[in-house]
Design a protein around this ligand. Structure first.
Ligand SMILES: *Cc1c(COP(=O)(O)O)cnc(C)c1O
Length: 477
């Protein structure tokens, strides 16, 4: 039999598929046990990892892929572990693993309606629902793109398309654009602005207050400074949850400023905008409904697999200006606003039907699953902050507004960074817990994102014990 005919054999797929689902269920069961020996990360250096896979790659072909997939699972960080407390990657809901398999099977194109009839429609339904949750009117609409980074670039491109003719005519002599953004904004905003040709001087970083929120009292001054330097400010960016500390900027103040000068208001709500689902926490995003565009990662606080990001526009029609181009083989007229031809508004041509994962969660569990997730994780962060404050050896960096908590072991200013670096390194190499680190006000802090709703106070207490143990080891060295 030819390799291809064998590769498409249905009975192999059926058999392997059943076995794989069992294997994944075992992984999920294992991931949420309390057993000490189950690691959050089987840490290995990049050199050793490379060596392993180079050897693996040179082995003879294997008949059954399951062994390989098991190997990958065993050697990867396990985001479903209760002691996984690191970056903002979600322990995906099991039902989305199933919908992902269907997405891969159907392999829809999404650029044009015919290639993604269901997917393009789901995107409209989902983004309009999310827009309503955020408080927008029914003029709002959007689409799904591949990640917050691309989503933020798309939002900034919309701002530029509204303020200038650069998309059509290119930059004119002496034309210098700028965006106003919190110094705590995700690096992808800076990157997006540079991609757009704004250069370093086009990214105006506004300082933050002691809660790491953009100092809106400085917006006027930074704006006037830019104008006096001959810059055209095209956009002001608000963060609904910064990456390092999960701080929410004052959306109402930024909205008022943007209105005063007729500047596009973009919100990076990749992490924190889903607070909208919780009556208890939605006050954090008050004013977000005045934004011209908002980015929300479904794959962070909404428990779906990477990547799936909503880009919402207050005026849905604004989105058609971003990538105004002719592509005759895809659609006949660029000037018509066809929501169902996805490629008119997205950077991507071929794009995964990731909307199915999001839609499946909504249809299976409703909005309530997001409310519970937000409230449990944000609540857990408050508990964790209290544990830190009750411990004299530890210092909390700020009162958490969401599920991101930064702290450090107290030490002299000269010793602090190295001590906390060593603690985090020891935890990584041991692998029982996974946490990360960040720099705040020039100093190193340990950083925890509580992403797993199955984590409890128990794991957090254990983490702090482990942190103190590692601190003792580091101090002896
Ligand atoms: C994660 C994050 C991003 C980047 O999103 P990706 O989906 O990883 O590309 C942007 N902004 C904020 C605030 C984030 O937390």
């Amino acid at each position: 039999m030819s390799i291809l005919d064998k590769a498409y054999k249905v009975e192999d797929f059926r058999k392997q598929g059943h076995a794989l689902v069992d294997m994944m269920a075992d992984y999920l069961a294992e991931a949420s046990t309390d057993r000490e020996d189950v690691q959050a990360i089987p840490w290995q250096s990049p050199e050793k990892q490379l060596d392993y896979w180079q050897q693996d790659f040179s082995k003879p072909d294997q008949a059954d892929p399951l062994e390989l997939l098991k190997d990958v699972m065993d050697r990867s960080i396990q985001v479903h572990r209760k002691r996984y407390l690191g970056h903002q990657t979600t322990p995906t809901l099991p039902v989305t693993v199933l919908s992902s398999a269907v997405t891969a099977l159907l392999n829809q194109g999404m650029g044009v309606y015919e290639m993604g009839m269901v997917g393009n429609t789901l995107e409209k339904v989902l983004t309009e629902h999310l827009a309503q949750k955020l408080g927008f009117s029914n003029q709002a609409s959007g689409f799904i793109t591949s990640g917050g980074s691309l989503g933020n670039l798309t939002g900034l491109l919309a701002a530029r398309a509204t303020a200038t003719a650069i998309w059509q005519e290119g930059y004119q002599d002496g034309q210098q654009l700028a965006v106003l953004v919190s110094e705590e904004a995700h690096y992808c905003i800076d990157r997006a602005a540079r991609i757009m040709g704004l250069g370093a001087s086009g990214i105006i970083k506004v300082p933050v207050n002691e809660k790491f929120q953009l100092r809106t009292d400085l917006l006027e001054q930074y704006y006037q400074q830019a104008v006096s330097e001959g810059k055209q400010v095209i956009c002001v960016v608000g963060c609904a949850g910064t990456t390092s500390t999960g701080s929410y900027d004052d959306m109402e103040a930024i909205a008022a400023f943007s209105k005063q000068y007729g500047i596009w208001f973009h919100v990076d709500g990749a992490h924190g905008a889903p607070a909208a689902f919780s009556p208890k926490y939605k006050h954090l995003i008050k004013g977000i409904e005045q934004a011209d565009s908002v980015v929300v990662d479904y794959h962070k606080m909404m428990m779906t697999p990477s990547l799936s990001t909503a880009v919402l526009f207050k005026n849905g029609g604004d989105a058609y200006r971003i990538f105004s181009q002719r592509a005759q083989y895809l659609w006949t007229d660029q000037n018509t606003e066809e929501w169902y031809n996805g490629g008119k508004r997205t950077f991507e041509c071929t794009k995964a039907m990731s909307a199915l994962n999001v839609y499946t969660v909504f249809r299976t569990y409703g909005d309530g699953v997001f409310q519970e997730n937000i409230e449990r994780l944000y609540g857990l962060a408050e508990i964790f902050a209290d544990l830190i404050k009750a411990n004299d050896n530890l210092e909390l960096a700020y009162e958490p507004e969401c599920n991101i908590v930064c702290f450090r072991v107290k030490a002299s200013p000269e010793a602090s960074d190295n001590l906390n670096l060593s603690i985090r390194r020891q935890l990584l190499e041991e692998g029982r817990f996974y946490i990360v680190q960040t720099i705040l006000n020039g100093s190193l802090y340990l950083r925890v994102s509580l992403m797993n709703p199955l984590s409890t106070e128990q794991e957090l207490q254990e983490l702090l014990i482990a942190v103190e143990e590692k601190a003792a080891v580091a101090s002896v060295q």
